[in-house]
Design a protein around this ligand. Structure first.
Ligand code: MN
Ligand code: MN
Length: 311
């Protein structure tokens, strides 16, 4: 064997390496000195899961599935290459001490704050949905209460849960004043919630299915207006046919086609961040769920690029 045949060989195909960053974006080690527009972060945490665990492997699943997306230069239907308009870097995964969830809360909020304070925006892969709470704390510290576009089968506004709970985070986010509820929506909901004092507008999965992406976007635009908006995408907002690999699947969700049309249609809104959570690869089939998560995130990045007016 010649010395040139090693694992660092430049000819190594995408699928042959030890693992990859999201979309093969460069890895960033010093966020403060980086000139990236967007920093990707993985959060391998699922200790707040109430049902099936496994979202701790979500960031790895999504990054691996993004190998199916990197080959396309001028991506359909945008017809431009992302790299020419937006600089994205991957900061790897946030570390924490297993069994001590508060270390994750502290480390994640500090990490996202560092991204925001250095003038960048964050794209974050969960992890269970609880991870959005420390992220929103960092965002609210920087921007004040944010408008929220939240895709989910569940409202996650339950107020009887424990401190670390993926079903209560938006209850806490409202109580803590992190979200501008007057300009926020929840989309794809198809489980019960307390309608009294529920501050979000809900476009439930049946309404979205009956009315389609364009009507959904009309409601979003009317509600959000010109506010700074954060997108939180719980992958179980999709129908289990399109996202079986998740901890708490619920039948009759929205389709990946509808979801992608809605994400693309956010063009022009003041988007300041996104997360994709609850991808649990162990329950996935043929990477359907990981690929859906990776595609939703990539389309969001294209919307950011298009918002830059560089198309
Ligand atoms: Mn959720
Ligand atoms: Mn959910």
């Amino acid at each position: 064997m010649s010395a040139s045949m090693n694992i660092a060989d430049a000819d190594m195909p995408i699928y042959g390496g030890l693992g990859m960053t999201f979309m093969e974006f460069p890895q960033v080690t010093n966020i403060q000195t980086s000139d990236a527009d967007v920093v990707v972060t993985g959060v391998p945490f699922d200790m707040a899961t109430s049902g099936r665990p496994g979202a701790r492997f979500g960031p790895t699943g999504v990054r691996q599935a993004s190998a199916q997306l990197v080959w396309e230069g001028a991506r359909w239907p945008w017809s431009f290459a992302l790299d020419n308009h937006l600089k994205v870097e991957d900061s790897g995964n946030v570390s924490f001490k297993h069994g001590e969830p508060q270390t994750l809360v502290d480390n994640l909020e500090a990490h996202i704050s560092q991204i925001l304070e250095s003038g960048k925006s964050a794209l974050t892969f969960g992890g269970d949905h609880f991870i959005t709470l420390p992220v929103l704390r960092a965002y609210a510290k920087k921007h004040g209460p944010v408008a929220l576009i939240h895709f989910d089968a569940h409202t996650d506004t339950y107020d009887g849960g424990s401190k670390y709970d993926h079903g209560t985070l938006f209850h806490h986010a409202v109580v803590e004043g992190l979200v501008d509820t007057e300009h926020s929506l929840q989309i794809g909901i198809r489980t019960s919630y307390n309608r009294k004092n529920h501050p979000f507008e809900v476009l439930d999965a049946a309404w979205v299915g009956d009315n389609g992406p364009q009507k959904t976007l009309e409601r979003i635009r009317e509600r959000v207006g010109d506010k700074r908006v954060y997108v939180s995408f719980d992958i179980d907002g999709l129908d289990p046919a399109f996202a079986p690999g998740t901890g708490t699947p619920v039948a009759a969700g929205i389709s990946i086609d509808c979801a992608l049309k809605v994400i693309r249609g956010l063009q022009g809104l003041d988007l300041i961040g996104m997360d994709v959570v609850e991808v649990a690869p162990a329950y996935d089939h043929a990477e359907i769920t990981s690929l859906a998560g990776a595609t939703l995130a990539l389309e969001y990045l294209y919307v950011l690029a298009a918002n830059g007016g560089a198309v």
